[in-house]
Ligand binder design. Structure first.
Ligand code: MG
Length: 464
């Protein structure tokens, strides 16, 4: 049975206004996330990473489950960034260690990493960096284009080549650690490693026994050296390690991608030899074996690396990433080619949003024919005329014969008949006589009738 005890410390640093680091230190799961992205993006991404990791790993606390938890965290951040405009482009690093059971039935620690937060393992007083930074500078070191010393001061050292939540898929580096009593694991954000050298980190890990005090001491060191970034540290002690096996396995398991050919051995990760005087706990006589499991989703064939007593199977190096000029003082992500936003949303099944522009478009679409109908109706009906209806004079509203489907309607059938108007008026009445208003039309009929009456009265006097 393995018993762990952890200490966690995090600090905003001396230069930042917010702390975008998040961390977790439970009984069996430990993690550090360093968020990035404008506005609240960094905080949201780091928090989502930690919460999703904890929930997913609780459901499946295995090595494979750890990888799945990273994939789930990546998806959660990615989908959130698509849904919320203010969170577009957010991402985070994530380094996590979970206690679980290996294939041989012994307790092991699964270790997973994406980004440039780091994990170190101290065993027998020797401190060894386990993770490899996914940063532009470190990629160039791995490709032989730059030395470690050049990378430490290179302006591109903050540019990430891999992070959670910036693409639909993510490659996860995964290791299986067989630890022993007295070992000590360190997880930290780059706010520590950019300020404090590995030799000073090792000195603190060896000299401060309590993991909480050790974590705090490392944070204090980072701030004492400038504290230019948020700094977060988790120190995990192996109080009781797995007993029994004295023969370390060279390779525990390889997940997902098949093993590739054994390649040349590059320089090992930072290694600090034990200082005289011993460490905080009993030192095992043999170093723990560290076995990497690649969890590549899209990477090519892995390559095997041997460095001292450490066997590492890591993904084959990808093509050198595209350099992107960094923002002063900030961290960047070297952007991969991105598919159009509309395509990504369609592929992920994100519902299309109804924007104000879409609403206005449809309103205009409906308003144009409605307006045209209104104009035609106004023209067709804004007219009155006098005509003969079954022998009587009548007033109609509309255009004689109708106009574009709008037929005239009878509004006033007078009592004046065609025999009560002068005969020479009948020709005009048969063609219809237009008037500007209903009253004018009615007056016209009345005038015709008066004209006829006046003619009838005067005819006997004139002898007509
Ligand atoms: Mg940072």
């Amino acid at each position: 049975m393995t018993v762990l005890r952890a200490g966690l410390a995090t600090d905003i640093g001396r230069a930042r206004h917010t702390n975008e680091d998040r961390a977790a230190a439970g009984d069996t799961l430990f993690a550090v996330a360093d968020g990035m992205g404008g506005a609240r993006g960094g905080e949201v991404a780091a928090r989502l990473a930690i919460e999703t990791l904890q929930a997913a790993y609780a459901r499946n606390p295995t090595i494979a489950g750890l990888r799945e938890a990273f994939v789930a965290a990546n998806a959660a951040i990615w989908e959130q960034s698509l849904r919320v405009d203010g969170l577009r482009g957010m991402g985070t690093t994530l380094t996590a260690a979970g206690l679980t059971v290996g294939a041989d039935g012994r307790d092991v620690i699964g270790l997973a990493n994406v980004g440039d937060s780091r994990a170190y393992l101290m065993s027998g007083g020797t401190v060894r960096q386990i993770t490899a930074d996914h940063s532009l500078a470190e990629e160039r070191v791995r490709h032989g284009e730059m030395t470690e010393a050049e990378a430490e001061v290179h302006p591109h050292r903050h540019i990430l080549t891999r992070a959670l939540g910036v693409a639909p898929e993510v490659d996860v580096d995964l290791w299986e650690l067989h630890v022993h009593t007295g070992d000590r694991l360190l997880l930290c954000s780059d706010g520590l490693t950019n300020e404090v050298g590995v030799d000073q980190i090792a000195q603190v890990l060896r000299s401060v026994r309590d993991p909480r005090k050790a974590a705090r001491a490392l944070v204090d060191r980072a701030n004492a050296h400038g504290g230019s970034d948020n700094v977060t540290v988790v120190v995990v002690d192996v109080l009781v390690g797995e007993e029994g096996s004295s023969e370390p396995s060279s390779v525990a398991r390889v997940a997902a991608a098949p093993a590739g050919p054994v390649g040349p051995a590059p320089a090992p990760p930072a290694l600090v030899p034990p200082a005289s005087g011993g460490g905080p706990g009993p030192s095992p006589e043999r170093p723990p074996e560290v076995t990497s499991m690649t969890a590549a989703v899209t990477a090519g064939a892995p390559e095997a690396v041997r460095a001292g007593g450490v066997a590492v199977i890591a993904p084959a190096p990808a093509a050198p990433p595209r350099p992107v000029p960094p923002r002063p003082g900030g961290r960047e992500l070297a952007p991969p080619p991105r598919e159009p936003r509309r395509e990504r949303r369609r592929r992920l099944g994100v519902p299309r949003r109804v924007t104000l522009r879409v609403v206005l478009f449809f309103l205009v679409l409906l308003a144009v024919p409605a307006g045209a109908v209104a104009v035609v109706r106004w023209y067709a009906m804004d007219n009155w005329y006098v005509a003969i209806d079954r022998g009587n004079l009548a007033v109609y509203q509309g255009r004689p014969g109708g106009f574009l489907g709008f037929e005239p309607r009878l509004v006033d059938l007078s009592t004046v008949t065609t025999s009560e108007v002068l005969p020479f008026r009948l020709a005009a009445l048969r063609r219809t006589v237009s008037e500007p208003t209903l009253i004018a039309a009615e007056h016209y009929i009345a005038n015709l009738h008066q004209e006829y009456v006046a003619q009838r009265v005067s005819a006997p006097m004139t002898g007509l």
